[in-house]
Design a protein around this ligand. Structure first.
Ligand code: ADP
Ligand code: MG
Length: 601
């Protein structure tokens, strides 16, 4: 429970309780000061919190946090700086039901021990009470006076680490420290989207969020509407956990987990188990090495969450974690199955996100550049050549996905109305939307799922009429030799045939009759290339390369029948929305969007 309006009573914890609390230093760098002070403001029931950071050329020189929380009277304000003094618990059992972010009673004492701190505070709900100002440096009280002050609390921290040279030296450049501050604040803000936050850096606004904003508004304030457009809401209750927030459509993914934000009972935390569960919830909708964007708040019975495992409380211990993770995974699955996952077209002018990744002065980019037609693209609709048609036909015919059980997420029936530039297929739906399909990405997805399929006798393979001979350099041969068993599992039977020479006897059936052996050369070249940027296992790598090389290329003009076949086959895939690398295969323009662009509405 937030402390609300009952007056603060700070007590010093007894030694037995202190001994049971996870010990450790919490003030490591300027960002830790921001975290501790802002968490205190949230615990004090603040509706709006302002953080002002000032830096000199080399380092952060002052941090101040101002809130409109409940404030303190003089007696409590003095006690607040005593080690192990807290108003949030009185005995260790209280941790079973704790809902405040703090409870160790250590932060203010630790900060005041290594900096000069000025506290100005007045009880918010007592009109008659006086304000208090306390100045304390290196743990010593330098001033304690009555002052006029609005209700709430301001804590100003200067000369951080002035008496601990080792920690001061540990500080990185001011840009790095600011990045840490922003990183921590983002997590806290996303866990408390309805509190108004304002962060300034040398007087320039870095983050501003509104009071009583929706979670989506707050996400948009931080990451921009380009992100929020690709999010779908999550809201579900399972026996052990309530999950609310937003997750990305498969068309918005990242190569790392850095944009999965989790809070448990209002506390911004990291949890590998829950993060994995979220990823699992996407199943095949995301490539193995891509991660969704997610902003999720979990509500879990406080008796199941142990926050007393780490001094900064970034990690918590969750009892019955497998069940809770499973419930989160199921909730993600259910959400994705219940939503339209086709990305919408972005409107031309996207408002800029308010947060600058770097200090504001560095990010002055022009908002939009006038569009210019690329010079190299001929602006005529080309006719498919005869040879092209046969090649595309061969590639498409060999590769038919059989209609199986209904896929989890589906596209509406698509009627092809044309193609553009040998790259895009244009189609409409019964509800009158315009769909644009990336023909290579779509075919890649189809082949990828086909290549992943097996029949009863294992991988479906195609024997070559005449074995194909490949020569490689000694280095490439060494790599290829190592990959032979993995290749065999995926349908390539390749034998060593003398020094640096190989014989290919079979290929996966998805590659078809393979009249053109340069395709095989290309696949093997991709495989033995040194660029292993993708962090996936051999099987996944081989399947992706086969799908990419086997798919009709961008620039190949397809006939209307061929385009229709790609569209129909795409609908049969388990994940029609992205290619195996996570790029979108299909986007949509609704009638309303087009009308808007033509100013018809
Ligand atoms: P903890 O948060 O673990 O209780 P701290 O050292 O951070 O310990 O703070 C000590 C006490 O000071 C808190 O328990 C709280 O009563 C009081 N306090 C700190 N910051 C504020 C604030 N911004 N507004 C009101 N009270 C505060
Ligand atoms: Mg605290």
């Amino acid at each position: 429970m937030k402390q609300g309006s009952s007056p603060t009573i700070i007590r010093v914890l007894d030694q037995a309780t202190v001994n049971k609390i996870a010990a450790g230093e919490v003030v490591e760098r300027p960002a830790s000061v921001v975290k501790e002070l802002v968490e205190n403001s949230i615990d004090a029931g603040a509706q709006s919190i302002r953080i002002d950071v000032i830096a000199s050329k080399n380092e952060i020189t002052s941090i101040s946090v101002t809130d409109d929380g409940m404030g303190m009277d003089r007696e409590n304000a003095l006690l607040a700086f005593t080690p192990h003094a807290t108003s949030k618990i009185t005995e260790i059992r209280d941790l079973d039901t704790i809902r405040t972010l703090g409870f160790r009673g250590e932060a203010l004492a630790s900060i005041a021990a290594v900096a000069r701190v000025t506290l100005t505070t007045r009880p918010r709900d007592d009109e008659l009470a006086a304000g208090t100002r306390i100045v304390i440096a290196g743990g010593e009280i330098l001033e304690n006076s009555a002052v006029g002050s609005p209700g709430g609390t301001t804590i100003l921290v200067e000369d951080l680490f002035y008496n601990t040279p080792a920690r001061k030296k540990f500080q990185k450049s001011r840009a790095t420290e600011l990045a840490h501050i922003i990183g921590i604040l983002e997590g806290i803000i996303l866990a408390h989207p309805t509190i108004a936050f304002r962060l300034t850096y040398n007087g320039t606004e870095q983050i501003v969020t509104g009071r009583n904003a929706t979670r989506l508004d707050t996400i948009a304030r931080i990451y921009g509407t380009a992100t929020t457009r690709d999010l779908v809401p999550v809201s579900g209750t399972a026996p052990l956990v309530t999950v609310t927030g937003h997750i990305s459509r498969p068309s918005l993914s990242r190569k790392d987990r850095d944009r999965i934000f989790l809070s448990i009972n209002g506390r911004y935390i990291s949890s590998p188990a829950i993060t994995n569960a979220i990823k699992e919830g996407y199943g095949t909708l995301l490539p193995k090495d891509r991660f969704p964007v997610a902003f999720l708040a979990l509500d879990i019975d406080t008796t199941l969450v142990d926050v007393n495992v780490h001094p900064t409380k970034k990690l918590v211990r969750i009892s019955r974690e497998p069940e809770i993770a499973g419930a989160v995974r199921d909730e993600i699955k259910k959400t994705l199955a219940g939503h339209d996952l086709i990305p919408d077209i972005r409107p031309p002018a996207t408002p800029q996100p308010i947060v600058a990744d770097a200090p504001a002065a560095m990010t002055a980019l022009p908002r939009s550049l006038p569009y210019q037609f690329p010079k190299s693209t001929p602006l005529v609709v080309s006719e498919p050549t005869h040879a092209g048609v046969t090649d595309s036909d061969r590639r498409l015919r060999q590769t038919e996905l059989a209609p199986g059980p209904a896929p989890a997420a589906t596209l509406p029936p698509l009627r092809v109305i044309g193609e553009f530039g040998g790259i895009y297929i244009l189609a409409t739906t019964a509800s009158g939307e315009l769909m644009i399909i990336d023909q290579h990405a779509a075919h890649e997805r189809i082949l990828y799922e086909l290549a992943g399929q097996q029949d009863d006798s294992g991988k479906r393979v195609q024997e070559l009429i005449a074995p194909v001979m490949l020569h490689r350099t000694p280095r490439e041969s060494a790599v290829l030799t190592e990959l032979l068993p993995a290749l065999r599992n995926e349908g390539f039977q390749i034998e060593e045939f003398g020094k640096d020479t190989f014989l290919v006897r079979t290929v996966p059936i998805v590659l078809g009759k393979l009249e053109d052996t340069s395709l095989l050369e290309a696949i093997i070249s991709d495989l033995v290339s040194t660029d292993r940027g993708e962090r996936v296992d051999n099987r996944e790598r081989i399947t992706r390369i086969v799908a990419c090389r086997g798919a009709i290329k961008a620039g190949t003009i397809c006939t209307p029948e061929q385009c229709q076949r790609v569209a129909d086959q795409l609908r049969l895939t388990k994940n029609p929305f992205t290619c195996p690398h996570g790029r979108p295969t299909i986007i949509r323009f609704s009638r309303e969007q087009l009308d808007g662009m033509f100013k018809r509405n």
